[in-house]
Write a protein that binds this ligand. Structure first.
Ligand SMILES: Nc1ncnc2c1ncn2[C@@H]1O[C@H](COP(=O)(O)OP(=O)(O)O)[C@@H](O)[C@H]1O
Ligand SMILES: [Mg+2]
Length: 405
């Protein structure tokens, strides 16, 4: 192999070892989440129990669900459906049921040998033309039980359908499936702060529905992503590099993948075998271009100015501010970090307008933060979880901060 071929091969290995934009489907590249996995396993083995996986965008809900689907697939029927905004209760079930074949074996007339032919249909054929009711779905799924089957059905992006009726029909379905101990486990997956946002009328199904909240990943879990990926890419990695990546990722695996992939490709292009701490800044510079357009536009809108202003510094200080367990921070928290960023002392009135601008509903710089609470006790939170790591990366390349603490 000549060296150009070799570089290309090594490069594609790096690309495959990290997946910043796609959920993980391969168990060998899946890190952590032991607790959530064992909860899901025990739910699937208990009749009458169903699950809802919820959390912020980008924390790894789909990856968990995908990996579990392939695991359950070894012993049970499985189906995976990803909702879109136009879906209804009926359209979701039509797709799901199409994954379950009914094989009907009957003799074929006129032939003595080879007289058996399989006519394959699916459970979806039993729906007919009308919109299904939860009871109808129960009856159809019951056939799986008669066939001695066990099924696990994943419905992802459950927050997407605009149809408000769909959610309450799902709550009814869970209740009926659970009361009648049908051997089917429903796993609903979606973006939400709490389960009320996801399942209308969930109080009536509380006992049947186990809530699995997906927290951000721990530093140890993110560290595992770095190590597993680098190992799979045949690269060594410096401890300090790994720690810096973990710190800037803020619990969001997307950024861990993104930075590692960019660093790995760079190191391969240089013909090296090891990712060093010194490669971190280069990885950031490249990774910035790969961050989603939406995130980059939000940053630009929030900080753009022809004059020398404090918008970039205040936004960075918000990102660095001490957060409570809900991810919220106050103006005094921002003040302390703003001093660190600028090396000057600013009092709250000097940047109160900036916070107001970032949290306005319709202003040019708005839609970045939500503001809650009462006057003088306001607390703020970033709306898009993927924005803060980008702000940290920008801050670092623009020399606004060296130390990301
Ligand atoms: N357990 C994990 N191990 C390794 N990478 C992960 C893990 N969970 C998520 N990721 C990565 O994080 C990113 C976001 O994951 P995804 O499952 O799409 O999140 P969500 O569905 O919550 O928005 C993807 O790039 C995915 O590859
Ligand atoms: Mg997802």
């Amino acid at each position: 192999m000549n060296s150009l071929d070799e570089t290309l091969t090594r490069r594609s290995l790096v690309m495959r070892s990290f997946s910043p934009s796609a959920p993980i489907a391969d168990k060998t590249l899946f890190a952590g989440r032991i607790e959530q996995m064992s909860t899901l396993i025990s739910i699937a083995f208990q009749r009458g129990q169903h699950a809802v996986i919820y959390g912020e965008r980008g924390v790894g809900k789909t990856s968990l669900a995908r990996v579990m689907k392939s695991m359950f697939g070894e012993t049970a029927w499985t189906s995976y459906y990803t909702c879109s905004s136009g879906d209804s209760f009926g359209s979701i079930w039509r797709s799901v049921l199409a994954d379950f074949p009914i094989t009907d074996t009957r003799p074929r007339a006129g032939f003595s040998n080879d007289s058996v032919v399989a006519a394959s249909t699916t459970l979806a054929d039993m729906l007919g033309d009308e919109d299904p009711t939860p009871n109808k779905i129960r009856k159809i799924l019951d056939l799986l039980g008669e066939a001695d089957g066990n099924a696990v059905i994943f419905i992802d992006e459950f927050d997407r359908p605009d149809d408000p009726v769909a959610r309450s029909l799902f709550a009814d379905t869970i209740k009926i499936l659970s009361d009648q101990a049908i051997p089917v486990t429903l796993v609903l997956v979606g973006v939400a702060d709490n389960i009320d946002e996801l399942i209308a009328g969930h109080a009536s199904v509380q006992r049947a529905l186990v809530q699995i909240q997906m927290p951000r990943m721990t530093s140890e879990e993110l560290m595992e992503i770095v190590r597993q990926g680098m190992r799979s890419a045949n690269l060594g990695v410096d401890d300090l590099f790994a720690k810096q990546v973990v710190k800037i990722s803020q619990g969001l695996p997307h950024y861990t993948h993104l930075l590692c992939q960019n660093a790995g490709v760079y190191v391969v292009e240089q013909g090296r075998e090891n990712v060093r701490a010194a490669d971190f800044d280069f990885a950031i510079t490249r990774a910035l271009n790969n961050v989603s357009q939406t995130v980059r536009e939000k940053y630009h809108r929030a900080t753009f100015s022809n004059r020398e202003t404090l918008y970039r510094q205040v936004l960075l200080a918000c990102t660095m501010a001490e957060k409570d367990e809900l991810g919220t921070f106050s103006a005094p928290d921002v003040r302390d970090k703003l001093c660190e960023v600028t090396g000057r002392r600013y009092e709250i009135p000097a940047f109160a307008n900036h916070l107001t601008d970032f949290s306005s509903m319709d202003g040019a710089r708005g839609g970045i933060l939500v503001k809650r609470g009462v006057l003088r006790r306001f607390r703020y939170r970033f709306i898009d979880p993927l924005l803060p790591p980008y702000i940290l990366m920008k801050g670092r390349t623009e020399g606004l901060t060296q130390e990301l603490s």
